[in-house]
Each structure stands twice: as structure tokens, then as C-alpha cells.
Design a protein around this ligand. Structure first.
Ligand code: CTP
Ligand code: CA
Length: 227
């Protein structure tokens, strides 16, 4: 009922959101990943939908249900997430990058399951080689007809300094900072908004409420639909 009475501040707007972790294959049965439950991204998708937006959620593997009325596209790797986002970014008015994207993938991934013993010999631990993944947010932010972009930064230290620098480096109007150790696996979070005007801290809130506050902040800052 509370959801129904949220102000429709994003009515008619198309919002594209990434959420959750990405996973990068070592072999068909093993991955390396980032720690992310997806709760924050899914709460933002739900809040954007409540606010009247048409929402597309590109999600890495999570244990969460799709929020009502949200179009969800499932991906595993950062490269798959990049492809899915690029296919939808031109049609979006607003892009919110919440996913914990793996910065690297395994360059020498095996197409069969690695065995501890191959033939007679003990294989020993695999020597993994890594190659960089595309930066999804930076690529969307550089599109000529880019949507209005929001980034996230979960840091463990120097939050203010790192977040402000990250916003400038990615060339985006709004970045949301939080402390990884307070937010990860938790049902509450403390957002700090960084924009051209400076730093705007929000109180510690349940992720549902923090998401609604963020959607209000995005609606106020982003350009309105042409009439
Ligand atoms: N991001 C992305 N694609 C990537 C890496 C990050 O879209 N390959 C997005 C995240 O979803 C987030 C923002 O960029 O919105 C910042 O991610 P973060 O990992 O904090 O920044 P990085 O630029 O990867 O820097 P670092 O990990 O070194 O702090
Ligand atoms: Ca990163």
C-alpha cells in the first residue's frame, strides 16, 4: 500500500539498472565473483517502478525475486552485462549502475572441469591469468545520446576522496557512495550523494527507504521528458 502511494516522479521515463555481482568462469563449474547480494539494486529497481518508470534490470546471479512490473535480463559475466546494457542504453532516459562488476575475467579459463589429478600426476592449483573487463558505466557515459547516468562506489576507506574522484573520472552527474563493510549483506545502508554541487549525506536507512530517497533525488536532478 505504501508502494502504491509513492509519488509518480518518474512517470513516462525509461530506467535501466544493473544489479548484483558478475561471475567470471574459471571452468564450467567454478567462478570468481564479487560480493553482492543485489538487494540495493533490486530495491532501486522497485522504487523506480513505484515512481512510475518503465524499468529494465540487468542482473548478475542473485537469490532475489524480480520486483513486480520490472523487466529483468539475467547475465553472468561482466562482458555479458556490458552487451545487455549496450543493447538497451540508447532507449533509456536514466542509467543507474549498481552492479558489483568484476574488474577482470579469467583469460585462460578452461572449457572442461579442472581436475586435481590429471592422468597420474597431481595438477596443483591452477595459475590463473586475468584480463580487464569493459567498464560498463564509463562506456554508457561516453555515448553521444547517453542516458542520465548514476554510478555507485562501495569503498572500504577514504570514501569521500575516492567517490568524488570516481565521479569525475567516469564523467557522470551523480555518484552514490557507501561503505562496503556497512552495506554488504545488510538490510540497511547509508548513502552519500556526490554531484556538481557537492556532498549530500543521507541517514542510515532500510535499503527500501534509501532507494526511494535516491529515486526522488534522481528525479529532481535529471532532465524532464520533453512535453
Ligand atoms: N562499473 C561498471 N563496469 C565495470 C566496473 C564498474 O559499470 N567494469 C560501475 C559500477 O556498477 C559502479 C561504478 O562503475 O556504478 C563504480 O564501480 P567501482 O568498482 O567502485 O569502480 P572502478 O572504476 O571499478 O574502480 P575500483 O574498483 O578500482 O575502485
Ligand atoms: Ca571495480
Amino acid at each position: 500500500l505504501i508502494a502504491f502511494f509513492q509519488p509518480k516522479v518518474l512517470a513516462g521515463r525509461r530506467v535501466l539498472i544493473t544489479a548484483g555481482p558478475t561471475t567470471e568462469r574459471i571452468d564450467p563449474v567454478r567462478v570468481i565473483s564479487n560480493r553482492s547480494s543485489g538487494k540495493t539494486g533490486y530495491a532501486i529497481a522497485r522504487a523506480a517502478r513505484e515512481a512510475g518508470a518503465a524499468v529494465t534490470l540487468v542482473s548478475g546471479p542473485t537469490a532475489l525475486n524480480t520486483p513486480h512490473g520490472v523487466q529483468r535480463i539475467n547475465v553472468e559475466s561482466a562482458r555479458q552485462m556490458h552487451d545487455a546494457v549496450m543493447a538497451h542504453a540508447a532507449a533509456a532516459d536514466i542509467f543507474i549502475a549498481v552492479a558489483a562488476v568484476a574488474d577482470w575475467h579469467v583469460a585462460n579459463a578452461s572449457d572442461h572441469k579442472l581436475k586435481k589429478i590429471e592422468g597420474q600426476a597431481v595438477s596443483g592449483p591452477p595459475a590463473l591469468k586475468f584480463a580487464p573487463n569493459p567498464d560498463i558505466l564509463a562506456d554508457v557515459a561516453q555515448m553521444p545520446n547517453r542516458p542520465w547516468c548514476v554510478g555507485f562506489a562501495a569503498e572500504t576507506e577514504n570514501l569521500h576522496e575516492y567517490a568524488a574522484a570516481k565521479r569525475r573520472r567516469k564523467g557522470i552527474p551523480l555518484l552514490v557512495g557507501n561503505l562496503a563493510q556497512e552495506s554488504m549483506d545488510a538490510d540497511t545502508t547509508t548513502f552519500i550523494l556526490f554531484d556538481d554541487a557537492g556532498v549530500h549525506p543521507l541517514p542510515r536507512l532500510p535499503k527500501t527507504d534509501a532507494a526511494r530517497k535516491l529515486i526522488q533525488a534522481i528525479a529532481h536532478r535529471s532532465p524532464q521528458h520533453p512535453p
